[in-house]
Design a protein around this ligand. Structure first.
Ligand code: TRP
Length: 333
């Protein structure tokens, strides 16, 4: 019996290189050996975009195409849409009795997201909805609804997983051994730096290279990348370790990396030439991804079918699970 993996993504934007190296690469490795459920978490996406349903709807399909384009195989990975599985919402209600409001307020992931909202929206960031505060409970429902044993996530998500484990333990304590406690699977690279030198590549930071970016966009972004500030002239020697261009050469595994490094140190390589080489390498890297994507862009009904088939399969598992849970809670009428 293969172990069950479950992970989710909020459909609020396209995938960028940070997602690819921080998560996608890990999914590609895992897809062969596990029973893999991949949730497009549209209901969770609505917790911060409830007033923008079009965005969530559009990105449900976009993010699925992105995931398929990196090489995830729908024969191996069961893609499904969260809102198509109402059992998840049901579990969320049941679990909400097992979590205190103060525990949610102390959850580090929730805390940092609230702080970010305050930074972006000023005081209006204070008005946190019940749904947003409770999304860790709904995420615990996402995982346990499918008996997820392993959960591939970035390190920013670890507090959510810990909260899920607490809910599982409490549930099992009160209602009897029913749910499995999930374990995280961390990627080797969990956080990819931005070209601007920021610790994280992110949509809200405006420093991301998307898998769907065209050549012109990539060129503009790379040309603006932060390099060693001590290097003023083209043939000044520089320190590649403080240069974001070098960091990206490394990230995308440029086979010419040693030359990039030694020429940079010697002052034998100007930044413009180095950036041009990086642009070419990023384009080479994205080429097969874009080719795979084209097939789905030209046949959007294929994407609908993948999501639909996957949701039907997920529903079967969710139904079994809700039955078990209701029985344990003595509400199995
Ligand atoms: N919270 C995750 C994110 O923002 C998305 C997510 C939803 C998830 N449900 C999940 C991750 C279940 C792991 C398991 O990226």
């Amino acid at each position: 019996m293969k172990k069950t993996i479950l992970t989710g993504l909020r459909p609020t934007g396209n995938l960028h290189l940070g997602h690819y190296f921080g998560a996608g690469q890990n999914y590609l490795k895992l897809q062969d050996d596990y029973d893999f459920y991949l949730e497009i978490a549209d209901v969770q996406g609505l917790t911060d975009n409830f007033n923008n349903p079009e965005k969530v709807r559009l990105n449900t399909k976009e993010i699925t195409m992105d995931l398929l384009s990196i090489g995830l195989d729908p024969e191996k990975v069961n893609f499904f849409v969260q809102s198509r599985i109402p059992e998840i919402a049901e579990l969320t209600v049941f679990y909400s009795n097992l979590v205190t409001v103060s525990r949610l307020q102390r959850n580090p992931t929730v805390k940092s997201e609230i702080a970010q909202k305050k930074e972006l929206f000023g005081n209006s960031g204070e008005s946190i909805t019940y749904g947003f505060l409770g999304y860790p409970v709904s995420q615990a429902a996402d995982i346990t609804c499918f008996d997820g044993e392993l959960v591939p996530v970035g390190d920013d998500q670890l507090p959510l997983l810990e909260q899920c484990r607490e809910i599982v333990r409490k549930f099992n304590n009160i209602y009897g051994e029913t749910l499995k406690e999930p374990e995280p699977v961390l990627s080797k690279t969990t956080r990819v730096k931005g070209l601007d030198g920021n610790e994280k590549m992110g949509k809200s930071l405006g420093n991301a290279i998307y898998l769907v970016d065209d050549n012109e966009t990539i060129k503009k972004k790379v040309m603006g990348a932060v390099t060693d500030p001590k290097k003023i002239k083209k043939d000044d020697p520089a320190d590649p370790e403080v240069c974001m261009v070098y960091y990206y050469h490394k990230l995308i595994d440029n086979p010419n990396l040693d030359t990039v490094c030694s020429e940079c140190k010697k002052g034998a390589r100007g930044c413009v030439a180095c950036k041009k080489e990086l642009i070419d390498k990023i384009n080479d890297f994205l080429k097969p991804i874009k080719e795979r994507r084209k097939k789905y862009e030209d046949n959007p009904e294929l994407v609908d079918k993948i999501l639909s088939d996957g949701s039907i399969k997920a529903k079967i598992k969710a139904k079994e699970q809700i039955k078990k849970v209701k029985k344990a809670m003595k509400i199995d009428y």
